[in-house]
Design a protein around this ligand. Structure first.
Ligand SMILES: [Zn+2]
Length: 69
């Protein structure tokens, strides 16, 4: 999976309760893998409809809109 705009595989989601709290993850393996720093804390569940933000460009949208390789 990758960003439809830039092809990046690094994304983040926001904490539903605190939009300034973000959780970075990679989809390079085809699965959501939070980075090790983030994984130490409770992480939000990423669902098909979860708003996802690209780490490299301005793209954001539902997780299910990520382009599938
Ligand atoms: Zn992007």
């Amino acid at each position: 999976m990758e960003c439809p705009l830039c092809g990046c595989q690094d994304f983040f989601v926001k904490n539903p309760d605190d939009e300034f709290e973000t959780y970075e993850f990679s989809v390079a393996s085809g699965h959501v893998r939070f980075n090790s720093e983030t994984a130490a804390a409770p992480t939000p569940e990423v669902q098909e409809s979860t708003e996802t933000f690209c780490n490299k460009c301005s793209w954001h949208g539902a997780f299910q809109q990520l382009k599938k390789n």
